[in-house]
Ligand binder design. Structure first.
Ligand code: 3PG
Length: 401
């Protein structure tokens, strides 16, 4: 694939798609987590240091009606980006028309401009028309006409086929390149899945099996072991005939879980014991039980024996991919399993440890173990799609070298 280093940049209008879809305060005035903005800095800096005029596009949240717009403005993001770059960032509050075109034409080499939320195009005159998220061909063509070259650094959005990623790229054949973040994400996730150093262990968690079936299917052939924790483990319990009490179980997925277990042999590792609670509350009564969970109790975290077993499986791993927490980590009394697994991953100095997916990323950051891991993906849905082995339209649209 073409990369930003292959493009002419000096004096060029460089259209850039970044993923600045970041948590923001309800009133839209404050960026609450700037991780994704920080992750895009190397490419932005490279472009402006090489004399390019950086014209940034991103979405923020979802816009379905006119009233959604004010709280989803990128203005606060422009301010945060300006602080991080330590230079002014021009912000244009519109996504098309003269105001935008004039701002672009006035840009000097090395300057940065952020265009308003691309999903403002999804609602026109009060109607939900999905021009951006439906990849309206006219919109991609229009945006492409505003620049000389295109850099896509929005890995987090790569599973979407939208006008600002796929649309612009297809209208700039031979000039649509990947940014450094995009390259890094593809390298880490791609190597892990397609060319892993072995043993390769996947850790899957989170509430629902239904979200992870594609990932399990794809990884069953590729990983040496798949550790399953979190709420989804109890649908597998049900498939094995272990009692689940009031734990989360997706009844309509028990059969799928059975088929997976039949196919997997001993590849899948389930929790041995669990922290169970008498209600879904941090202050619930709790106890640790092995196997069967009685009625009136729900499993909300993995127990200490499970942690030891998981560590045992992980200790010789050379590649680990982690997606999804081991318990209800947002509640401190049920965070221990996730924390212990995360801390242990941090000690695996010979392994490449990769975290993908919104919840697990939030978990490792909240628990303070992120710095010890090799790569924390900026993608939620995008890394899941990648782990499912599916093509990502945003990446497919980038020009070949
Ligand atoms: C994400 O956060 O996963 C991406 O920015 C995509 O956002 P979306 O799910 O609203 O398309």
């Amino acid at each position: 694939k073409l990369t930003v280093e292959d493009l002419p940049l000096s004096g060029k209008k460089v259209l850039m798609r970044v993923d600045f879809n970041v948590p923001i305060s309800d009133d839209g005035t404050k960026v609450e987590d700037d991780n994704r903005i920080v992750a895009a800095l190397p490419t932005i800096k490279y472009v402006i240091e090489h004399g390019g005029k950086a014209i940034l596009f991103s979405h923020l949240g979802r816009i379905k009606k006119e009233e959604d717009k004010p709280a989803k403005s990128l203005k606060a993001v422009a301010e945060r980006l300006s602080e991080l770059l330590d230079k002014p960032v021009k912000f244009v509050p519109v996504t098309e028309g003269k105001e935008l075109e004039d701002a672009i034409n006035e840009l000097k080499d090395g300057e940065v401009l952020l265009v308003q939320n691309t999903r403002y195009e999804d609602v026109k005159d009060g109607e939900y028309v999905k021009r951006e998220s439906g990849n309206d061909p006219e919109l991609g063509k229009y945006w492409a006409s505003l620049g000389d070259v295109y850099v896509n650094d929005a890995f987090g959005t790569a599973h979407r086929k939208h006008a600002s990623n796929v649309g612009i790229a297809t209208n700039m054949p031979g000039k649509a390149a990947a940014g450094f973040l995009m390259e890094k994400e593809i390298k880490f996730l791609g190597d892990a899945v397609d060319n892993p150093q072995r043993p390769f262990v996947a850790i899957l968690g989170g509430a629902k099996v239904s979200d992870k079936i594609g990932v399990i299917d794809n990884l069953l052939d590729k990983a040496d072991k798949i550790i399953i924790g979190g709420g989804m483990a109890y649908t597998f319990y049900a498939a094995k005939g272990i009692k689940t009490g009031d734990s989360l179980v997706e009844k309509d997925k028990i059969d799928v879980a059975k088929k997976i277990l039949d196919k997997a042999g001993d590849k899948i590792v389930l929790p041995i014991d669990n922290v169970v609670a008498d209600k879904f509350d941090n202050d619930a009564n709790t106890k640790v039980v092995e196997g069967d969970v009685d009625d009136g109790w729900m499993a909300l975290d993995i127990g200490p024996k499970s942690v030891e077993e998981f560590k045992n499986v992980l200790k010789d791993a050379k590649t680990v991919v982690w997606n999804g927490p081991m318990g209800v980590f947002e509640k401190p009394n049920f965070a221990k399993g996730t924390l212990e697994v995360g801390k242990f991953l941090g000690t695996l100095n010979d392994a490449t440890t990769i975290v993908g997916g919104g919840d697990s990323t939030a978990a490792v950051k909240q628990l303070g173990v992120a710095d010890q891991l090799t790569h924390i993906s900026t993608g939620g849905g995008a890394s899941l799609t990648y782990l499912e082995g599916k093509a990502l339209p945003g990446i497919a649209a980038i020009s070949e070298k």
